[in-house]
Design a protein around this ligand. Structure first.
Ligand code: FES
Length: 56
């Protein structure tokens, strides 16, 4: 499922980014570009990132 339409970032990609070492929403933004354009996806992106980091 796409979380970020501007940058074409899926929830899977966010989880993968955390698996690859991202530890914060800021890291995910830097790695994927998620939330860096219109910002509409930021809330959902943060939640997915937080859950993925917790599960690590
Ligand atoms: Fe993610 Fe626009 S939907 S920045």
């Amino acid at each position: 499922m796409y979380v970020c339409l501007c940058k074409g970032v899926s929830d899977h990609q966010i989880r993968q980014t955390v698996e690859d070492g991202a530890r914060s929403w800021r890291d995910v933004q830097r790695e994927t570009g998620c939330g860096t354009q219109c910002g509409k996806c930021a809330c959902q992106g943060k939640v997915i990132t937080r859950e993925a980091v917790k599960a690590e």
